[in-house]
Design a protein around this ligand. Structure first.
Ligand code: NAP
Length: 294
């Protein structure tokens, strides 16, 4: 089975490496040149355009930034669709709104191809080790055909329902992550202002019922002031914006989502977009009089 992978950012570069290591013949493409170098040295072929990457693939995977970039790379000039072979499967892994994947499913069907959405949860480490969780929307039969390509990327594949259901699940998952991480930053800021040590606070939090792998990862990042990007502020801000749109469409009042979205907008305005979501602690500290320089 030949695969093509488009979008070699933090997640895509690691996921495509997993496919190469699993023995797939792999063609890769990235907008900014140079990012495919290591993969090409390990045997991948680099295409000059998305249409060329798709041309001889049985399965085409995309891991891009946002809905606009997905539309551009798949539906735009020299896009994936122009080269997508009849009978192949297109899988978009990007976090987008529920409407975009439905458009892609229709466009793929017009080429005689199949479509799945498979947004992921798990960050840089899970992408490297193939331990992502995939939230798949699409036909069960297409999913079972695509499983050989999805398994090397994931520890769990959950079929959510028709196309659109995966995006909906992904947005609510990130709403919960953003709100709960903001609670962590606020708690740690309150503790610091009261003279508590980060180390002692984390020891208690990680032994308590609130403990989670994410709390450990982000709490430790805050303690070490390590804002190296696993998951960028700009992508979480995009996800929260998409969740706000979904909430508006369905008349669902979500006050915590609105508040956390505003904090992410503030982080973007302060130039923190490329930093990890742990950098939201800086905004919280500044509001409390700590860290006035942010
Ligand atoms: P990233 O490092 O910013 O990579 C984004 C990729 O998309 C890059 O390859 C970038 O190409 C490409 N891209 C962006 N806009 C484009 C455009 N207009 N045309 C062509 N290519 C474009 O992001 P990431 O962290 O890997 O995340 C990718 C997606 O997964 C996002 O939707 C994110 O929300 C989601 N996600 C991320 C994580 C995480 O922990 N990082 C976890 C789960 C889900 P260039 O190299 O040319 O910029």
């Amino acid at each position: 089975m030949r695969a093509a992978f488009l979008g070699l950012g933090i997640m895509g570069s690691r996921m495509s490496r997993r496919l190469l290591d699993a023995g797939f013949g792999l063609t890769v493409w990235n907008r900014t040149p140079g990012r495919a170098k290591d993969l090409v040295q390990s045997g991948a072929r680099e295409a000059r355009a998305p249409s060329e990457a798709a041309r001889d693939a049985d399965v085409v995977l995309t891991m891009l930034g946002d809905p606009a970039s997905v539309r551009e790379v798949i539906l735009g000039p020299n896009g994936v669709l122009e080269g997508l072979p009849s009978g192949s499967i297109l899988i978009d892994l990007t976090t987008v709104d529920p409407e975009t994947p439905r458009e892609l499913e229709k466009a793929a069907a017009e080429k005689g191809a199949f479509f799945l959405e498979a947004p992921v949860t798990g960050s840089r480490p899970a992408a490297s080790s193939g331990e992502l969780v995939l939230m798949v929307g699409g036909e069960a039969e297409v999913l079972s055909r695509a499983e050989p390509v999805l398994k090397p990327l994931s520890r769990r594949i959950v079929h959510m329902g028709p196309v659109g259901a995966g995006a909906r699940m992904k947005l609510l998952n990130n709403l919960i992550i953003a709100v709960s991480m903001q609670a962590l930053y606020e708690g740690m800021t309150l503790g610091r202002q009261g003279g508590l040590r980060d180390e002692a606070m984390l020891e208690v939090l990680l032994s308590s019922a609130s403990a989670s792998p994410l709390l450990k990862m982000k709490g430790t990042a805050v303690q070490n002031r390590n804002f190296e990007t696993n998951f960028s502020v700009k992508h979480m801000a995009k996800d929260l914006f998409l969740a706000v749109e979904e909430a508006h469409r369905r008349n669902v009042p979500l006050p915590l989502l609105m508040t956390v979205h505003a904090l992410y907008e503030s982080a973007l305005a302060r130039g923190l977009g490329e930093e990890d979501i742990a950098a939201l602690v800086k905004i919280t500290e500044q509001m409390s009089g700590l860290n006035p320089s942010v």
